[in-house]
Every structure is written in C-alpha cells, then in structure tokens.
Design a protein around this ligand. Structure first.
Ligand code: C5P
Length: 193
C-alpha cells in the first residue's frame, strides 16, 4: 500500500514548500493540485470541458503562478463538475508506490480521506501576504486583499470547501522558518510511519 500524505490549507500558508520537502525527504511523488485548477482556469472557455481535457502540457504553461491565475482558479474550482473531472487523476497519482504527497484544499477531506498523514497548514494573514508579495514582487496590501478574497471563496463554496479534516493535525507556520516548519512536518510523518 502506498503511503499518502495529504496537505491542505489556505493560499501561501507554506503547504507547497512543506509538501515538496516531505516528498524529497521520503522519496515520494508530489502533486501540487492547485496547478490543476490554475491550468483549467487558464484554458479559458468552458471550464468543465477544460478540466475534462486537461493534459500534461497544460500544466507547464507560463503564468500559472500569477495572482490572476490564482483568482481564476478559485472561481472555476467552485464548479462541482470541474472538481469531479479532476478527482480520478489525483487519486491515481496518490496510488503510486512508494508514496505520494498531495497538497491543495480538499486532499484530506475529499480526495484521500484515508490518508494516514493529514496536515492542515495555516499562517496569519499578514505573514501569508508578505510571503506571497515577496514571491511575486507585488504589493503586500494588494496581496492581502486577494488572499482574503480567495480564502473566503474557497471556504464558503458548497463543493469541497477549504476546511481541516477532522483527523488533520494543524501546523501554524506564522512564526516558523521554512526549516523549522519542514522539521515539524517530518517529525509528524515519522511518528505515524
Ligand atoms: O494552491 P493554489 O493557490 O495554487 O490553488 C489555486 C486555487 O485552486 C485555490 O484558490 C482553490 O480555489 C483551488 N484549489 C482547490 N482545490 C485544491 C487545490 C486548489 O479548490 N485541491
């Protein structure tokens, strides 16, 4: 049985960095599931058709990391048929030996509800805005407004809303360096393994 690590949390909480580091540490595959929604939104046109015909090439398009692509992703991610179209790919990815780390919004709640490790990574709004502003070379206040808008939409939608699974462990990275956050995540995985 492959080992699955599910990591969820709001935008810029540090979940992507932690997911990559865990995959590296344990030799697992890693999927940033936000990319699926970003690529679907970036295709334009009918979002359901876009999700159903998503290819590997779509995931390497330029501009997918931008704030605009994030907002577009969050709008189409509220459509249940879009989410349904992306489930099989994610579950298939999660089933690879020796294990996989998936990060997103609904991995622990919907995609991999039986994952032995579920982390819900959070950070204060100010810290998240500062991180994203540094990453994208943008204004922190504008980032803050955008993150809040996106989190609100992601947590209030009816289909697979952003929320911690009941059995998720919450990791607050507000006051942690990347190294400390990664070390805490590794320690948790090792306890469970
Ligand atoms: O994680 P990232 O910021 O790249 O995600 C972009 C958007 O995709 C999120 O704001 C969310 O609306 C959507 N998403 C989702 N479920 C996931 C991953 C991302 O709804 N598992």
């Amino acid at each position: 049985m492959p080992f699955i690590i599910a990591i969820d949390g709001p935008a810029a909480s540090g979940k992507g960095t932690i997911a990559r580091a865990l995959a590296d540490r344990f030799g697992f595959h890693h999927l940033d599931t936000g990319l699926l929604y970003r690529a679907t939104g970036a295709k334009g046109g009918d979002a359901v058709a876009a999700a159903r015909t998503l290819t590997a090439a779509d995931l390497t398009r330029e501009g997918l990391r931008s704030a605009e692509a994030g907002q577009a992703a969050s709008r189409i991610a509220a459509i249940p048929e879009v989410r349904d179209a992306l489930v099989a790919f994610q579950r298939h990815f999660a089933a690879q030996e020796p294990g996989a780390v998936l990060d997103g919004r609904d991995i622990g709640t919907v995609i991999c509800p039986d994952a032995p490790v579920k982390l819900y990574v959070v950070a204060s709004d100010a810290v998240r805005a500062a991180r994203r502003a540094a990453e994208l070379g943008a204004d922190p206040d504008e980032m803050l407004a955008q993150l809040r808008e996106r989190d609100l939409r992601d947590s209030q939608r009816a289909a697979a809303p952003l929320r911690p699974a009941e059995d998720a462990v919450v990791l607050d990275t507000s006051a942690l360096s990347i190294e400390a956050a990664v070390a805490a995540a590794i320690a948790h995985v090792e306890r469970v393994r």
